[in-house]
Write a protein that binds this ligand. Sequence first.
Ligand SMILES: Nc1nc2c(ncn2[C@@H]2O[C@H](COP(=O)(O)OP(=O)(O)OP(=O)(O)O)[C@@H](O)[C@H]2O)c(=O)[nH]1
Ligand SMILES: [Mg+2]
Length: 288
Amino acid sequence: MKPLAPAVPAPATAAPTEACAQCDVYRSASLRKLGVRVERWDYVVALAGNPNTGKSTVFNALTGLRQHTGNWPGKTVARAEGGFEYQAKRYKLVDLPGTYSLLSTSLDEEIARDFLLFGQPDVTIVVADATRLERNLNLVLQVLEITDRAVLCLNLVDEAKRHGLTVDERQLARDLGVPVVPAAARFGRGLPELLAAVAQVAAGGGRGPAHRLPEEPPGIRSALNELAAKIRQAYPGLPNARWVAMRLLGGDDRIAEAVRRGELGALAARAGQVSDGLLQETARPVRP
Ligand SMILES: Nc1nc2c(ncn2[C@@H]2O[C@H](COP(=O)(O)OP(=O)(O)OP(=O)(O)O)[C@@H](O)[C@H]2O)c(=O)[nH]1
Ligand SMILES: [Mg+2]
């Protein structure tokens, strides 16, 4: 019997070249939205940022889920989780409530702060509003005190352009020591570059010297140094002892409790394992 249609020759496939990795089409094609199916993952990625900056818009675009988005702040009140696969790695993405700071003065701030500190995401994407960069940088700097495994997603660049604002993202990346990706998430712009930057940081690259807040006031310097030294002694390997000391001096009950209950010990152990390369050696397998 004759075939109904002539056989279509298989398309010629060539191995991707180095140039392919720079191409948006190639990069987007390696994204697979996993919705809520994230039982196994290689990396955990947190989405943090001020309210109303487009975190859930980025979350939806990458996972294919439909977190509520809208034109007023405070829509995301608890953390939402979803997943995506990119260049053969599986990522669990956690959408955090919008916060102006991580000083834990409200439930939202506590949820976001606790996740960044105790959840120890492999990468934190801070979504910032390019039209209100100065205000947004407050949170960015606080996040960088906790972790340098971060990517700044400079969102709403379409709005910024409408207002005649441009941001020198290269200079900003140099100043902060983390990748900065301009984006207009509502229109899908910048997302391929964001994925590439996240993958790079997840794999341990992409960062310069971490930005740290300028010198603290001399009045508290010696107390801070003394306390930080004790914390380092008690929890060798803890990546942000100075930040913990600062919070303790600021009377942060949550951190004091974490020190008392030994929760910081678990963090230090994991940080130590990572730096020893133990987790990498076991291929960061895919946690349960
Ligand atoms: N013009 C423009 N609007 C955007 C962009 N990204 C998101 N938005 C819009 O901004 C509004 C807020 O977006 P969300 O994704 O809900 O912001 P969010 O950061 O999750 O907000 P909270 O959960 O309240 O913190 C929505 O109306 C989005 O459609 C963008 O790049 N450009
Ligand atoms: Mg949201």
